[in-house]
Design a protein around this ligand. Structure first.
Ligand code: SAH
Ligand code: AVI
Length: 325
């Protein structure tokens, strides 16, 4: 992970590209084919995600925001944190509710947003520096699934936040590994703040990933545009159909890109691939949780849940957790 005390920078382009080439090759050689969701997020992908958060069908952002508005002031008043570290920060819009509460208690000193979307991260960091004079904003461009430990908070107590149910986009192994890194970064008075989307009526879930304006479909196809640009591949994104459905057995949404007609794709330095008519590439899973499954996950990473906070419909939860003794 690359720490930049001032401006976010891209990783060395060559390193970044060869890591991407390896992951794309592995994913397309797998049966069924699968690509990691982090490849959605170039600047356009981050903007498309922001549009998703405002769609009438996509309830998670609004539900989480409501919980934070109502509950975060008391959490912050109790913990009096000086640093906020945030995984997959994105635009940092909801984060402002936490920063405002920290400013209100007079403890706000440092904010460390971590994200793969370099340009977008820097843009939101600039806005935050303007809006929170005196706040140290220290963005880190990088993959939170990498081997590096998470950045050490400059001032404690600290909160490490992972909002938006981005955890749901990870496999169980990836989640436990990442949360173990989170636990290792926590001191006894620090807290982990996690946002998770909850299980609910399948129709509500499926609508959220199949919006009528087609923004989620564009977000999904954006992954192929990113691979075309970064690796010189020749995917035709419009030759792939967006498909999203709820898998009851695994309690998760799956998002796929389904080939319309046989697709032959050349990726320089990676290989040539045929995606047959009707064959799909899985681009994302989005797990849905209940209280027990979150407790189990935290427990597996050596953390214990403290607070469980939900919206009135019980559609989303924000939890605080502490390092187990
Ligand atoms: N936290 C925001 C954004 C969620 S979108 C919210 O709740 O609205 C998911 C964010 O995680 C994006 O900004 C994306 O760029 C980032 N992201 C996805 N995979 C990542 C990875 N492996 N490492 C670092 N950031 C990642
Ligand atoms: C970022 N992540 C939690 C979103 C989700 O709901 O799984 C990404 C997303 N995919 C389609 N719509 C939104």
């Amino acid at each position: 992970m690359k720490i930049d005390r001032g401006t976010a920078e891209r990783m060395e382009d060559a390193d970044e590209r060869s890591a991407m080439a390896r992951e794309v090759r592995e994913g397309l050689e797998r049966a069924p084919k699968e690509l990691p969701p982090k490849f959605f997020y170039d600047h356009r992908g981050s903007e498309l995600f922001e549009r998703i958060t405002r769609l009438p069908e996509y309830y998670p952002t609004r539900a989480e925001r409501r919980i934070l508005v109502e509950q975060i002031p008391s959490v912050i008043a109790e913990l009096r944190p000086r640093t906020l570290v945030e995984l997959g920060a994105g635009s940092g819009e909801k984060t402002r509710l936490i920063l405002d509460a920290m400013r209100h208690t007079g403890t706000l000193e440092s904010y460390v947003p971590i994200d793969v979307s370099a340009e977008f991260l820097e843009q939101s960091a600039r806005r935050l520096r303007t809006d929170y004079p005196g706040l140290r904003v220290e963005p880190v461009v990088g993959d939170f699934l990498g081997d590096d430990p998470l950045p050490t908070p400059r001032y404690r107590p600290a909160i490490v936040a992972f909002l938006g149910s981005t955890i749901g986009n990870l496999s169980t192994e990836q989640s436990v590994r990442l949360l173990t890194h989170v636990r290792e970064s926590l001191a006894p008075f620090d807290r982990f703040l996690l946002g998770v989307d909850l299980r609910k009526d399948v129709r509500v879930l499926e609508r959220a990933y199949n919006d009528s304006a087609g923004v989620t479909a564009e977000f999904n196809r954006n992954m192929l545009r990113v691979i075309d640009r970064e690796l010189g591949a020749d995917f035709d994104p419009d030759a792939f159909e967006h498909r999203a459905f709820y898998d009851e057995q695994h309690q998760r949404i799956e998002m796929h890109l389904v080939a319309r007609g046989d697709q032959e794709v050349r990726i320089p330095g990676v290989g040539e691939f045929v995606i047959a008519d009707g064959e799909s590439i899985r681009t994302e899973i989005s797990r849905k949780y209940d209280r027990r499954s979150v407790e189990r996950l935290l427990d597996a990473a050596g953390m214990g849940m403290e607070r469980w906070m939900t919206d009135t419909k019980g559609w989303f939860a924000v939890v605080t957790a502490v390092r187990a003794p």
